[in-house]
Design a protein around this ligand. Structure first.
Ligand code: XIL
Length: 380
């Protein structure tokens, strides 16, 4: 309620009257339109799902914070809640940065996603070293392997218990495990899997359930959930875990996608498939890249991206959000993996494949926090 009052809704409405739906900022006024002057995205979708953004703590101030407060009613830490950041050494937790995000969410009456408790990436090595400091994955002695497995599961329990208890009253949805299936549809051969089999997945969910708030929801999160054979592999895994009583509430579709890929039909089929298991769906890391994979060639600077690219992207965003809205009773949150085009991990990937230069533009706000054609498309 407070949040609604704080937003200058009148101003947004007045602007909408000036700008016919579907018309982009440049053609309408011949000058850019700020994200701070237009209708809030979260209001637009309030009957269907919350709208989130991934943030770094430095973005909780200045223009980023203003845009966040205006358009988003959910946030998630882009990095600072990951195991390597929050638990760099055994028993030494670093909550300072994570706490800033939690505080911002509370102060602004936003939902909070917790990302993530278990992953093969951005996880410190100490988890996987035995008591003598040797890598557990290399152990061949069956007795020692059994001991190692116990130790790792104990560490996992302590890790999850400490974090989930601390944020019990704050986090609404947890990415309990991230990316446990690989692209070929096999269980990912991470140290977690090599040392414990699938037990780490069960222990992770059971521990999170035990200590999370009663309304908090628990997710299995992954990318390319729309793509076979991975989609069916995740489906079968979750079905099997649910049959064993593992407390999974939903699936997080990262949705690091590209203009035109995957098809809207495949995305629809995916959401319906998982809803058929009784699961909630969340879109957890949405960005719509201008490029294919690998992202090459890429525009060397943001200013060189032609308007036609933004129009092409808007057409896909239009269909995507029409679908999300149609499936609104099966999707509870849509989170963008960033706020505006000035900060996106996709730039790192574009640069990596294009000799250090390459810019992407995945969101609905541009690098100067002005609205893009994609904004008008999803607000229509
Ligand atoms: C990314 C962050 O955006 C980057 O800043 C970081 O360097 C690497 O991780 N899948 C996930 C996210 O689940 O945590 C990743 O975030 C993107 C892919």
């Amino acid at each position: 309620m407070l949040k609604v009052l704080r937003k200058p809704v009148i101003c947004g409405l007045a602007l909408a009257l000036l700008l016919p739906a579907g018309m982009n900022s440049v053609s309408a006024a011949n000058e850019p339109v700020s994200a701070l002057e237009v209708k809030p995205m979260d209001e637009r979708y309030k009957n269907s799902f919350t709208i989130g953004a991934a943030v770094e703590p430095y973005q909780l101030e200045g223009k980023d914070a203003e845009v966040l407060k205006r358009h988003y009613n959910s946030i998630v830490a882009e990095n600072v809640m990951k195991p390597i950041n929050i638990h760099p050494e055994e028993g030494k937790f670093n909550f300072t940065e994570a706490d800033k995000i939690v505080k911002f969410a509370k102060e602004n009456n936003m939902d909070l996603r917790g990302h993530n408790l278990v992953w093969h990436s951005q996880v410190p090595d100490w988890f996987f070293l035995d008591e003598e400091g040797k890598p557990m994955v290399n152990e061949t002695d069956p007795k020692q392997r059994e001991k190692n497995k116990k130790l790792l599961l104990k560490r996992l329990e302590t890790h999850i218990k400490t974090i989930v208890k601390r944020y019990k009253n704050d986090v609404d949805s947890w990415d309990v495990v991230n990316e446990v299936v690989d692209d070929s549809g096999e269980l990912r051969q991470s140290p977690w899997y090599q040392i414990t089999g699938t037990d780490y997945i069960k222990v992770a969910f059971e521990t999170a359930r035990k200590y999370a708030g009663k309304d908090a929801k628990l997710y299995i999160n992954d990318y390319n959930t729309e793509i076979e054979p991975k989609r069916t592999a995740i489906y079968n895994l979750v079905k099997d875990l649910l049959a064993q009583g593992v407390p999974i509430d939903g699936i997080g579709h990262q949705s690091h996608i590209q203009v035109g890929w995957p098809s809207i039909q495949e995305i629809e089929k995916t959401i319906n498939m998982f809803a058929g298991l009784g699961l909630d769906n969340q879109i957890t890391e949405l960005d719509v890249s201008l490029y294919g994979w690998p992202p090459t060639p890429a525009y060397p600077s943001y200013d060189l991206i032609p308007q036609s690219e933004f129009e092409r992207q808007a057409a896909y965003y239009d269909q995507l959000f029409a679908l999300y809205e149609k499936l609104g009773d099966k999707i509870s949150n849509v989170t963008f993996w960033g706020i505006a085009d000035n900060h996106t991990w996709l730039n790192d990937r574009a640069e990596q494949y294009n000799n250090g230069v390459g810019k992407d533009a995945p969101f609905v706000f541009d690098a100067n926090y002005n609205v893009k054609p994609a904004y008008w498309a999803i607000m229509d």
